[in-house]
Design a protein around this ligand. Structure first.
Ligand SMILES: [Zn+2]
Ligand SMILES: [Zn+2]
Length: 385
């Protein structure tokens, strides 16, 4: 007997479409063949849930099902149409769709990733690469990393056959790679279990890879990191992913960058920011000030009367543009240096300056004032008085 669709999804008869989607998504993840390799029961549950979802998510089919039950949800049976699953992309998001449901079309319902002669493109891989700040700014001519991946077996060149032998036509599906399964109203074409949809079987498997044609390996990959790369950006290395099967092409390898922070510079796209400490008389009078940049020393012209919170820019001392020429700016955030110790001469000059600017303030008062403010002890003393 066929189970009730609501029971299959574990929702009530009044469940709305959002609840149905949510519950189905959970079940599909749980029973997906990629998560349960070789588990027939999980595969059946997966198909059962997919069937229930295809009916309950369609308001017209759902109404008919509510009225007549299993007897009238289709013309005599339920046929899987891979195109019907286009809305999976909407349901699961495009990334999960690519990773998880590449397997769905290829392995359960046949088609798409695996071609009729059993050729299958290898899956794409992605690794995250932490990159020191300066490597990201200047780029690296040749970076080498080691990645674990499935590679074509060297002994049989990926054919899976022992040397001197060849694959033969599968006796179960006669080379088509597919068989039709029937369960009451439910007809579905699935890849042949004998040859896993390849249409051919290997009689004397390669001893190295046991007929799989691929082996888990660790390989060094070399590539160039362009100057100006930033966190969140990816490089795609064609054909450096998982090896294909039976002559199918390799997948690609994506390098996702994670750039480390720097103690001095803060990066904002192609601009760099840093604090620039300047002695206060120079801000008052203006003048030249040498500044170290990533590209060598620059002479910064500080205008007279520059304020402590002001920003100044050195053009072209930032991060190179990934596409195109030139670089961003170095933005300097001015911070005032106030000396803690002065010589007698300096102190008298400053006092003179202060008196000239604020004639009403007596220097004795100033020094008394600064004593009162200089520490907690003096504050407390004042309160007691
Ligand atoms: Zn082999
Ligand atoms: Zn077969």
């Amino acid at each position: 007997m066929k189970r009730d669709y609501y029971e299959v999804l574990g929702v009530s008869k009044n469940a709305d479409i959002d609840e149905i989607k949510k519950t189905y998504r959970k079940l599909a993840m749980q029973y997906h063949p990629d998560q349960n390799p070789g588990n027939k029961e999980a595969e059946e549950k997966f198909k059962e849930a997919a069937e229930a979802y295809s009916v309950l998510s369609d308001s017209d089919k759902r109404r008919k099902y509510d009225q007549f039950g299993h007897a009238d949800t289709g013309s005599g049976g339920f046929q899987f149409d891979p195109n019907q699953f286009a809305d999976f992309q909407d349901l699961f998001g495009s990334d999960i769709f690519a990773n998880l449901f590449g397997g769905l079309f290829g392995d359960v319902f046949g088609g798409r990733r695996r071609s009729s002669d059993g050729r299958e493109r290898g899956s794409d891989l992605q690794i995250e690469l932490r990159l020191p700040f300066k490597d990201a700014v200047f780029g690296v001519d040749e970076k080498e990393i080691e990645i674990p991946r499935l590679e074509a077996c060297g002994s049989c060149s990926g054919s899976g056959c022992a040397s001197g032998t060849h694959p033969v036509v599968c006796p179960q599906c006669h080379g088509s790679g597919q068989v039709v399964m029937r369960q009451s109203f439910f007809h579905v074409t699935v890849p042949c279990s004998r040859c896993q949809g390849k249409g051919k079987t290997i009689q004397s498997p390669c001893s190295e890879c046991r007929g799989e044609g691929r082996l888990q390996n660790k390989s060094k990959v070399r590539f160039k990191i362009p100057a100006g790369i930033d966190s969140g950006q990816r490089l795609r290395l064609l054909g450096e992913g998982t090896a294909g099967r039976s002559g199918g092409g390799n997948g690609d390898l994506y390098i996702a960058f994670n750039v480390e922070r720097d103690s001095l510079y803060e990066r904002d796209g192609i601009d760099l920011h840093r604090i620039l400490e300047v002695p206060w008389p120079l801000l008052v009078l203006g003048g030249d000030f040498p500044v170290e940049t990533l590209y060598g020393q620059e002479n910064l012209k500080i205008p007279a009367g520059t304020q402590g919170s002001q920003k100044m820019r050195i053009a072209n001392a930032g991060v190179p543009r990934l596409k195109g020429n030139g670089r961003g700016d170095l933005v300097l955030h001015v911070s005032v240096i106030v000396p803690k110790k002065l010589t007698n001469e300096q102190e008298s000059s400053v006092r003179q300056l202060l008196e000239s600017m604020a004639p009403s303030v007596k220097t004795e008062e100033v020094s008394l004032f600064s004593k009162l403010l200089s520490g907690d002890k003096s504050k407390k003393k004042k309160k007691k008085q």
